[in-house]
Design a protein around this ligand. Sequence first.
Ligand code: GLN
Length: 484
Amino acid sequence: MIDLKNLTIKKAQDMMKAGELTSADLTAAYLKEIEKKNPEINAYLEVYSDAMDQARAADAERAAAANSGSSAALLESKPLLGIPMGIKDNILVKGKRVTAASKLLEHYVGSYDATAIIKLKSAGAVFLGRLNMDEFAMGGSTENSAFGPTRNPADTSRVPGGTSGGSAAAVAMDGALVALGSDTGGSIRQPGSFCGVVGLKPTYGSVSRHGLMPMGSSFDVIGPLAKNVDDAETIFNIIKGKDRYDSTSIDLPTNLEVPKKLRVGILPELFNMGGIDKAVLDNLHESIDKLKKAGVEIKEISIPHLKYALAVYYTIIPAEVSSNMARYDGIKYGSRVEGENLLGDYMNTRGQLLGREVRRRIMLGTYVLSSGYHDAYYNKATMVRNLLRNDFIDVFKDVDVILTPTAPSPAFKIGQNTNDPIKMYLEDVFTVTANLVGVPGISIPSGFTEVEGKKLPLGIQFMASHCREDILFAIGKIFEQLNG
Ligand code: GLN
């Protein structure tokens, strides 16, 4: 029996190197867990039929390198050799179905590999399958999937968070060692927090968006969900970097140094803001105390425009969504429901094959961009987005990281927020700012709260300045240790 619960990339690599484990064994173990748990959890929309072939090929490569004495060089160039992972269903894998959990793309097959996938493939990863999500990454609970909700492994009457709910649940249920997600307003961090795993939203542009189905192009970023900070760091280091197919992509500076004594900023106004679950606030206080005891400097900060962040996000995002979704017209991609003429094709296809939340955002976005309203909504929101950026630049002169809860509540019940979109949007209050401003954020498990006899995971979020993932990894590892 492999101890999947406590397995990390490093441990798996050490065991494979020592000949105690093969990728085929490991992949088979994950496939078995998936077979057992997925019928209820619904984290995977598809398990790839060639997963075992990929694993055996990785084993053969390792064996060949051992014979020729080049094992070390092989692992250097392929740090993920034989490591089984899952992929969110909005990231293109050549020759595999990719649906964004939408009826409209139910039969769509990826015609090329996303840049992140190319990098993971050349690092030797084994792809187990594609993971459930909210349709086109709009939502916060994975209930907006056209293929049924994902359930939280900690309590199956609850959501796993979203939109990368399948990715978070897969890692939490030991259905993958790591997974890729995407984050536009919190979709990696919030499910990470709900499922008790680490979720990293990298700096905007640090990971290529080529091959990621777009939602809000000035927000979207691909990132990892993992068991610990170290694994998230490993995946980030593999997928990051400038890419000629994404003009907004960047290389991180290489001369960075993590300050010896980290200064953590907290927002006193959060404590009296209202709308935050008591367990979340208690957990935040405990987390701050632990960091203080460990010698981390805690400083009170203020972000004057923070109170507008959610409104700004939910003005700009629908605008970007409505233009990005225009490509799904029933002609270029995916399925079509024929109408009497071209307009009828569009109306039928989009009206019948897109879900409620996606249609709501297209309508909202079309509205905020329409002539007469453009200045009042979209332009104004863009101006406030700039003010927020300036706030963050100022704050990061005083502190190295900002600490907040990841989400205002632990995982909620399936169905609880589905008829109240505003309530669902409020879930994103702590996560959207990082996307508005482009800075990196990480959610780290910070304990549990017991509700109805079930231990529900909680998470805290650290945000750092642009390109300072190194600082997030440093503080994340400190916090992880404190939390035992
Ligand atoms: N909940 C947010 C939204 O619905 C986040 C989405 C995301 O990060 N993809 O917009």
